[in-house]
Design a binder for this molecule. Structure first.
Ligand SMILES: *Cc1c(COP(=O)(O)O)cnc(C)c1O
Length: 368
């Protein structure tokens, strides 16, 4: 068999900017924990990037989600509407508060939560609607925000996969009452592990800061009027994050160029549906994804296996959460179920070369 070529990963971080210099600075200065100037700089720069008043850095994206719900006082007896097609952390964070996640189906066009499916999932207990910007494409927020305002519930965006994506020309993470990001190693920006809350609300931001730091009173050291968490981000993480943020526009540009290339190479292939971009959206194509339909000669899983033989890494879409044991409800959410069976994430790292994308596309076309 001929040598397929070097391994192409799904995602790999690019740490070639000021990352090493800033982290070294932390180590040299001794400020490696959560005090130190990088946390504040990263927060203020990230807030400016999203166009919001406040950003609160935390230890990971799941903690950010939990904290966002905690500052909104979501708790036992409450319900939170989440898309069933998302990473498990979205639902788990709801569970941590004692509230119940209620799953909504996806829309076929953008693969995100279907705004039309939400009203039917609401009850008197619904406190929050939690749309996710799946794989970098913004959810259709306007009808969701309108409905939420009409019935008096909060919207929280899970923007873990969509740093810098635009909805109607405005950055995601600036629409909900409080919103969350992840900086896990494969996300658009990474701090190794890390997360962020964004909000325009001064009180929610202050409460998030207090809950992040053991509930400690901002005025009185070691006085804890409420029960909090230790969800702080370290200066080391923030140093990485600040260096990453300096190059975010470059990263997004590269992601979009990769998407253009994939679209032009795979657009006409029968049985392959390329990643969407709605008219009102600028996707950041966190993971460039396609659907493998019945028309394709291989199933999605067989295609993943074939690509692996070619030293090409790929991932299946997430499993719908309502079908997994802890949350299994027996209900049918058919659009999400179909997408989950057909979807595949292709190599999408900012370090990919044009030749790499060509090799992936050629491998897929060869299956025809
Ligand atoms: C990555 C991710 C999270 C969780 O972030 P961590 O930093 O890994 O805790 C939450 N929601 C979505 C949609 C994600 O993709």
């Amino acid at each position: 068999m001929s040598d397929p070529g070097p391994f192409i990963p799904v995602a790999a971080p690019d740490l070639s900017g000021n990352e090493l210099a800033y982290v070294t600075d932390c180590v040299r200065s001794g400020w490696v924990s959560s005090l130190g100037r990088y946390v504040q700089s990263f927060e203020s720069e990230f807030a400016a990037f999203c166009g919001v008043r406040h950003a609160v850095a935390v230890c990971n994206g799941t903690a950010a989600l939990h904290l966002a719900l905690a500052v909104l006082d979501v708790g036992p007896g409450d319900e939170v509407i989440v898309p069933t097609l998302t990473f498990i952390a979205t639902a788990n964070a709801v569970h941590y508060t004692g509230a119940r996640p209620v799953f909504a189906d996806s829309e076929a066009v953008t693969w995100n939560i279907d705004p039309a499916a939400i009203p039917g999932r609401m009850s008197a207990r619904t406190r929050v609607i939690l749309p996710v910007h799946l794989y970098g494409h913004p959810a259709h927020l306007q009808p969701i925000l309108q409905h939420a305002a009409r019935v008096g519930v909060a919207v929280v965006e899970d923007a873990a996969e969509a740093h810098g994506a635009l909805y109607g020309g405005r950055k995601v993470g600036s629409f909900g009452r409080i919103n969350t990001f992840s900086f896990y190693g494969n996300k658009i920006l990474t701090t190794g592990e890390g997360g962020m809350l964004t909000t325009d609300d001064d009180e929610l931001a202050a409460k998030a800061r207090q809950l992040r730091d053991h509930g400690m009173s901002p005025e009185r050291r070691y006085w804890h009027p409420i029960i909090g968490f230790n969800y702080r981000m370290t200066n080391l993480q923030a140093a990485l994050g600040l260096a990453q943020l300096e190059r975010v526009d470059q990263f997004i540009q590269r992601k979009r160029a990769l998407a253009d290339q994939y679209r032009s190479l795979l657009g006409g292939v029968p049985g392959i549906v390329t990643a969407p971009e709605a008219q009102w959206a600028r996707s950041v194509y966190w993971l460039y994804s396609v659907l493998v339909t019945e028309e394709f000669p291989l199933t999605r899983d067989d295609l993943i296996g074939y690509l692996r033989e070619q030293e090409i890494d790929s991932r299946p879409f997430f499993h719908p959460i309502h079908q997994m044991p802890p949350y299994s409800t027996g209900e049918s959410l058919p659009v999400a179920e179909r997408l989950a069976q057909q979807g595949i994430n292709l190599p999408s790292g900012v370090g990919l070369k044009d030749e790499d994308v060509q090799r992936v596309a050629e491998a897929i076309r060869r299956c025809r």
